[in-house]
Write a protein that binds this ligand. Sequence first.
Ligand SMILES: [Zn+2]
Length: 143
Amino acid sequence: MHEWSLASSIVLTTKKIAEEKKVQVKGVDIVVGELSQIDLEILRDALNTLFKEELGWSIDVRIEVEKAKLKCNTCGYEFGFNEVWKQIKEVFCQDLEPGEECENPIHYVPELASSFIKCPKCGSPDLEIISGRGVWIKSIRVG
Ligand SMILES: [Zn+2]
């Protein structure tokens, strides 16, 4: 999986910033988009391991998840997947037995979203994903 290469670039970036600013890093805060298909436990393990093995740092790694958000290009309305959950269910989960869990496939294939979700305000299918993708360093805590 790409968690390890991602962790590796986060570690290198953190090191570069620490050197440029001449600071000692105590911790890093990472944001992971809900749609970025990252396994948070693997990422956390990879970061802890690489900081330790590559740099000899034992630092506090925190990871937070950014909720996905969509925007309607027709009326400008912004909304989360929770507002269109019923639409998603109707497409993917109508054949489920009672009590079976409806698993949201949007989390795995976000590109699918705009092919069947419509704006809850105006019904337009012209939507774009404006947050919840990608991974970045939110802040670096220094001592
Ligand atoms: Zn709209």
